[in-house]
Design a protein around this ligand. Structure first.
Ligand SMILES: [Zn+2]
Length: 97
C-alpha cells in the first residue's frame, strides 16, 4: 500500500514537473529579441544572423518570417558578424571573439 502511494506521488510530481521544464525551455530569452540598434545609422531594423544548424521550431520560424533572424549557414568564418542592419547594410559584432 505504501509502495502504491509512493508510485502515485512520483506520477503526480512528474505530471507537474514535466510541463514546467518544457515551458522553461521555451521561455529562454532569445538573443534576437534583445533591443539592438545599428551603430552606424541608429536604425532598429536590425537582423540577428544565426549560424550553424539551428532547430527550426515555431518561434524561430516566426522570427525568420518577421525578418528579425537570418540564417548565416553552417560555416562560421573569422570575420562572420552577428548583426546586420537592413537600412544601411552595415554588419557588426564578431561571432568568433
Ligand atoms: Zn544601419
Amino acid at each position: 500500500m505504501v509502495r502504491l502511494k509512493f508510485l502515485i506521488a512520483v506520477i503526480w510530481v512528474g505530471l507537474f514537473l514535466l510541463p514546467l521544464l518544457a515551458s522553461a525551455q521555451t521561455r529562454d530569452p532569445r538573443p534576437w529579441d534583445a533591443p539592438v540598434t545599428c551603430p552606424r545609422c541608429n536604425s532598429d531594423r536590425v537582423v540577428y544572423i544565426l549560424y550553424g544548424e539551428p532547430i527550426l521550431d515555431e518561434e524561430l520560424h516566426r522570427a525568420i518570417d518577421s525578418g528579425r533572424v537570418e540564417l548565416g549557414g553552417c560555416e562560421v568564418a573569422r570575420d562572420s558578424k552577428r548583426w546586420e542592419c537592413r537600412k544601411c547594410g552595415s554588419k557588426w559584432g564578431n561571432v568568433i571573439p
